[in-house]
Every structure is written in C-alpha cells, then in structure tokens.
Ligand binder design. Structure first.
Ligand code: PEP
Length: 253
C-alpha cells in the first residue's frame, strides 16, 4: 500500500488580524519545528496569507487560503483568484467548506471549476464533503458523498487526482463538540476511498482523506490512528498554537 503523508490543517475561519496571526506563528513554530513525516497547514483569511507565508517560509508550516474564485481574473467584485493566492504565497486552498456552501452559496458547479483552477495555479485543493445530521439519519450519507465527489471532481483528470486532498466533515460535527465515532469516521472515509477507486485504483491509494469535525487534543490520537484517516481539518482547536501543536503531535503512527 502507498504510504500517505499525514496532513494536519487548521482552519482559522474569520479569526485573526495580521498582528494576531504573526503572534500565533511565532508561538507555533518552536512547537512544531521537530515535526517529521507530517505536513502542517493553516488555512488563513486572505489578509493574512502574505504575512503568514513570509513568516513560515523555511518552516514545516504551509499556508493555505479558505476559498477562491474559479476564474483567474474578471469583474467579480470582492473575489480572489488562484493566481493571486499563489503569488501571495499560499500553497493550498480549502474548497467547498460547509460554511461556504451553506452561508455563501458555493455550488457544486462552481467547485467543479475551482478544483482544477487551484491545481493549475499550483495550489493543493482541500475539498470538503460531508452530510447534515438529517441526511445521516435519513440514510442519505453515501448518496450525498457520491454526488459531491462526482460533481466537484468532474473537472479533474485521473493524472492529477492524487494531488487532491479530501476533508470528510460531517456537518453535524463542525463546531458542535460532537465528534463522529471512530467507527463512523472509518466507515465513511473508507467509502470515500471506494468512490475514488471507481475513478482510478492507483490514484485512490495516494489521495489523502482527512477527518474534520470537533477534533481536539484529547480525541485526535484515536481518530488519527484509524487506517483510512490521513490527517485532520481542525477549526476551533487550531486557534491556539498550543492545542494545534498538540494535535499535530498526535499524528505519530
Ligand atoms: C472546520 O472548521 O472545518 C471544523 C472542523 O471546525 P471544528 O474543528 O471547530 O469543528
């Protein structure tokens, strides 16, 4: 089986000014300086990308953005494109986070263009997928995931599939303190990998699939030890350097 490098990605959402981001990175860097064999990324607000990329250069910490527009440029007031993010120093971008889908109307049609656009600019796309509580209770989880994975990855050729990161985030577990049980996380992530295998057997083994939803220092080790879980997308617990560093430290396999 292909060894996949674990990825721990923090999602700051709309928190931290540039000054706060700088204070955070100075606190985080010594705590993760000896990390080996794990990638660490922080998804920051647009205004923090350049300063964070400058401060993190040469360290194990990668700087990602939280969304982007699908076009490289154009009359889209308020939007930011993949080439702009890449030039500012971002190395990846979250796409399809449930907050973007629910609150800002990010659609599967747009995501089908955004994922390849991110790749074209050299950004690692972290595509978020997941079901609501109602969908899970109604037995619709697999159908929802099949649709999101099919629609959102429609524009990615097999040759670039392995560069995508998938974040499985059950929406009912985001910011709620409720975590998927290890069985739920393992079973659902194994299902997502089976969907990737339908596309391409070889690439499917190389795609990293993260779990996201109320990951904290006290539950990270158990989730990260699961066979198909290649890392975590961490919201609230990434806002303090100390708790985020503890989660990074829980990746030892
Ligand atoms: C997220 O924002 O993607 C997330 C998983 O948040 P939290 O860890 O706070 O549930």
């Amino acid at each position: 089986m292909t060894a996949r490098t674990p990825l721990i990605a923090g999602n700051w959402k709309m928190y931290k000014t540039e000054a706060e981001a700088e204070e955070y990175i100075q606190a985080l860097l010594p705590r993760v300086s000896t990390v080996q064999g794990t990638e660490v990324a922080i998804c920051v607000p647009f205004t923090d990308v350049k300063a964070m990329a400058d401060s993190a250069r040469g360290s194990p910490v990668l700087v990602y953005a939280q969304t982007m527009h699908e076009r490289p440029e154009g009359p889209f007031t308020g939007e930011v494109s993949a080439p702009m993010l890449a030039e500012a120093g971002a190395q990846g971008v979250l796409l399809g986070h449930s907050e973007r889908r629910q609150l800002f109307g990010e659609s599967d049609d747009a995501l089908a263009l955004k994922v390849p656009a991110a790749l074209r600019s050299g950004l690692t796309p972290v595509l978020c997928v997941g079901e609501t509580e109602r969908e899970r209770d109604g037995g619709e989880t697999e159908g929802k995931l099949r649709r999101q994975m099919g629609d959102d990855l429609a524009g990615v050729g097999e040759e670039r599939l392995a560069e995508i990161v998938i974040a499985y985030e059950p929406i009912w577990a985001i910011g709620t303190g409720r975590v998927a049980t290890p069985e739920q996380a393992q079973e659902t992530i194994a299902f997502i990998r089976s969907l990737l295998r339908e596309r391409d057997e070889g690439a499917a083994e190389r795609v990293r699939i993260l779990y996201g939803g109320s990951v904290k220092p006290d539950n990270a080790a158990e989730l990260l030890a699961l066979a198909d879980v290649d890392g975590a997308l961490v919201g609230g617990a990434s806002l303090q350097a100390d708790s985020f560093a503890q989660i990074v430290g829980a990746t030892a396999r």
